[in-house]
Structure formats: C-alpha cells, structure tokens
Design a protein around this ligand. Structure first.
Ligand code: GCU
Length: 138
C-alpha cells in the first residue's frame, strides 16, 4: 500500500481518553490528551524492512496556542516539540509530517505532550513511504 493508517483511538494511550465529541475525525473517534503534560499515544507500526518513512499526524487544536509534542521512535527522539499549531476550531483537522527511520519489524511511535495544555486532539497516524508496511488487520 502507499500508506497505512493507524487510528489514535486504537493505539496505547497514557493519561488520555478516547472521545468523539467533535466532528470530522476518521475511524471511531480521537484521543483527547486531557490537558496533561506527559500524556501520550503510542502506535505500533510494523514494516517488513528498515527504511525511511513519513509520519503524518492528523490533529485538531481549537486553541490559539501550539500544543507541542515530542515524537519518539523506539524510544529515540525523532522530533522534539513538533508544534501542532492552532486549527480554526476543534472540528477542523490539520496534519503535521516528519520523516523518520523505521526498523524492520515492530516500531513504537510515541507522541507525548510537553506542555500543561496537553496535546492536541489526535485523530490518526498515517505512515507513508514504506511500500511494504503491513496494515493493521481491518
Ligand atoms: C476542549 C475540547 C476538547 C479538547 C480540550 C483541550 O475541552 O472540547 O476536545 O481536548 O478543549 O483543551 O485539549
């Protein structure tokens, strides 16, 4: 496939909740980081071979300030304080993309809120660029 989508509501969640009280999300909902610094969502991304991939996070941020998050891959910092800037409101979704290196097999991609506002509302992670990514069973 050209990309594989991983829904935030299906990922491992620490100090966040699955919500659906705003429109425009994909899947069955999104993750609300509950305004806690250190709250995170961790996706398990599987690839057949090691290589470069693009991680695209779909989010909403109905405030006027950034909701930065640290992105790690297998515990290693991939991008500190990725901005997750304001969207028009909580029903409006935007994307942020970074390029990372994935290992063959299972990878842990974690997005951790770094400020007291918590993270944005997180809808999904799209992984592009690994032609042989194995989709989750759907
Ligand atoms: C509002 C909004 C939530 C959001 C929260 C926040 O309460 O309805 O969806 O998660 O703000 O500040 O993060």
């Amino acid at each position: 496939p050209q990309f594989v989508d991983y829904q935030a509501e299906d990922a491992a969640i620490s100090q966040g909740t699955v919500a659906s009280n705003h429109t425009g999300y994909t899947g069955s909902g999104f993750v609300d980081y509950t305004n806690v610094a250190g709250s995170y969502v961790e996706f398990t991304v599987t690839t057949a071979t090691a290589g470069t991939a693009q991680l695209t996070f779909r989010y909403a941020n109905g405030t006027t300030v950034n909701r930065p998050m640290d992105i790690t891959v297998n515990g290693n910092s991939a991008k500190l304080d990725l901005a997750f800037g304001a969207t028009a409101n909580w029903d409006t979704w935007a994307e942020q993309t970074i390029s990372v290196t994935l290992a063959a097999g299972s990878n842990k991609v974690r997005a951790t809120a770094t400020t007291t506002g918590g993270g944005p509302n997180l809808d999904r992670l799209r992984v592009t660029g690994q032609a042989d990514s194995t989709p989750p069973t759907t």
